[in-house]
Design a protein around this ligand. Structure first.
Ligand code: SF4
Length: 326
């Protein structure tokens, strides 16, 4: 398993292919060295029903991200060297924390933006398995992945919970920080469609396969229609869809148009016309917008999530030992 860590010596884990030696403390676009940093772990009940399961999805929020979306709801932890401290976690510690999620009744291990830590995650999963870890792995990703990185993690993944943010280069440049997203996500989806033939619920109500998430950005209805046409043509036989409409604008930005009920109704009609049946559609509700606050022990509303006690203990221990968190 040690050989996986060699990947960090000339990192090619995402489409930036920085080639930096992260073992020497060098940072790529993702902003992370080879020291795994985690912002939060716990049970999360705000995912799609079969992902949340009965007690919540065992969610792990990794720090850093190769993609720099302008609207990122996790910007406190995803922006390179963001202001909220991440907890440096060793491979052995992560294995034990994952086992603690299992004891707490987690439905799965939900790896949020783990792309740039794939080698360490694999090692932790192997160590955990040797100690009795059996939870299925949900790969919760922006889709900005290199095919080499995906090939490494693929044998461990039960469900790809993967964004297809847009297939429109202008929208990608504006909201995802790079027009390249479009060509890269195309290659990623082709890769996944070769690996995963079907998406389905098993007898325990666990979803396996590919669940594609797509969020309607304000003022980009045509781009979402284009995405849905693509999904109907290329994906619906193999994947489920999660269509989301509750866009939360970045703090202080009130210039983006609201998503109207007419636009929402148009999309619902289009789903029917295109014969897209398997999946989930978010309500266009008058919810009070909120974004996670990772400065809190529980960044989410209490009804949504419970922190993992042993992760909070580890965090406190590091802080009380006077360690400078990275
Ligand atoms: S994960 Fe991507 S951004 Fe980060 S160092 Fe590797 S290639 Fe660069």
């Amino acid at each position: 398993m040690e050989h996986f860590l060699e990947v960090y010596r000339s990192c090619q884990l995402c489409p930036y292919h920085c080639g930096v030696d992260r073992t020497q403390g060098r940072l790529g676009v993702c902003g992370e060295t080879d020291t795994m940093r985690i912002a939060w772990m716990g049970l999360h009940r705000g995912e799609e029903p079969p992902v949340s399961g009965e007690h919540g999805s065992g969610t792990i929020f990794f720090c850093g991200c190769p993609l720099h979306c302008s609207y990122c709801q996790n910007c406190q932890i995803s922006a390179a060297r963001a202001d909220v401290p991440g907890i440096p976690v060793s491979v052995a510690e992560l294995a034990d924390l994952m086992l603690d999620l299992q004891k707490l009744g987690a439905a799965n291990l939900n790896m949020v933006t783990g792309t740039h830590f794939i080698p360490s995650i694999i090692q932790a999963l192997e160590l955990g398995k040797a100690k009795g870890l059996t939870l299925p792995v949900v790969w919760n990703s922006s889709g900005y992945e290199s095919l080499d990185g995906l090939a490494l993690i693929d044998p461990y993944v039960a469900l790809y919970l993967i964004d297809v943010k847009t297939l429109d280069a202008e929208v990608a440049a504006r909201f995802c920080g790079t027009a390249r997203y479009v060509q890269e996500i195309g290659a990623v989806m082709e890769f996944l469609f070769k690996r995963v033939r079907r998406t389905r619920l098993n007898s325990r109500g666990e979803l396996g396969g590919i669940l594609v998430r797509h969020l309607l950005f304000p003022g980009t209805l045509d781009a979402t229609k284009k995405f849905l046409s693509w999904f109907a043509m290329h994906a619906k036989k193999q994947a489920w869809l999660s269509l989301m409409v509750q866009f939360v604008p970045p703090l202080g930005d009130d210039t983006l148009p609201e998503i109207t009920s007419d636009a929402y109704d148009e999309l619902i009609d289009l789903l029917e016309t295109l014969g897209i049946e398997d999946g989930f559609v978010q309500e266009l509700a008058d919810n009070i917008p909120w974004i996670p606050d990772f400065t809190r022990d529980n960044p989410f509303p209490d009804s949504f999530a419970d922190p993992l006690p042993s992760f909070l203990e580890l965090k406190k221990r590091l802080l009380s030992a006077g360690n400078q968190l990275a």
